[in-house]
Ligand binder design. Structure first.
Ligand SMILES: [Zn+2]
Length: 164
């Protein structure tokens, strides 16, 4: 005799009881699968130059001490690394990874005669994430989204945008 660990629902001996028990087990299993919180994630990276002009003069940033970060005031290059997670509603490519990733990358591509949709320059990682969320939530409304943006995979932000 096996015991269901979550409900103490012992496996019956009689066939008819056993069939009902088996159905209960299946229902429980399906409920767990149906209640699962599903998401997919993709990663990509993008070269960008930004700066933080306030760092040149703000005494909280240009301290002249160990915590001086006044150099941030000058334009400098990073590879910005992105990880984007988005809710999906079933298990069969609700949003297909590669298509989603290509669409995201295209938001940052400069095409002839048009400017970039999203420009990295002068923005913080948090600002970059918020702008990206605007684009994603317009294309895929009604889903939670989580965006990580880092500078050179060293330091960055992680922002969870609940379903709206
Ligand atoms: Zn920077």
């Amino acid at each position: 005799m096996t015991l269901d660990e979550t409900t103490n629902d012992p496996e019956p001996e009689r066939y008819y009881d056993w069939m009902l028990w088996k159905l209960r087990q299946e229902d429980k299993k399906n409920m767990k699968l149906n209640n699962a919180e599903r998401s997919i994630w993709v990663t990509f990276s993008k070269e960008g130059v930004h700066c933080y002009p306030a760092a040149l003069n703000d005494p909280k940033l240009a301290t002249g001490d160990w915590d001086d970060v006044s150099f941030l005031g000058h334009p400098h290059r990073h590879i910005f690394h992105f990880r984007v997670r988005i809710e999906v509603f079933h298990d069969d490519r609700d949003i297909e990874f590669i298509q989603f990733k290509r669409w995201l990358e295209r938001l940052y591509q400069q095409t002839e005669g048009t400017s970039e949709v999203l420009v990295l320059d002068h923005k913080s990682c948090e600002m970059i994430a918020d702008e990206l969320y605007e684009q994603i939530s317009t294309r895929h409304p009604g889903r939670f989204v989580e965006i990580e943006v880092s500078e050179d995979n060293e330091n960055g932000c992680s922002i969870f945008y609940p379903k709206s």
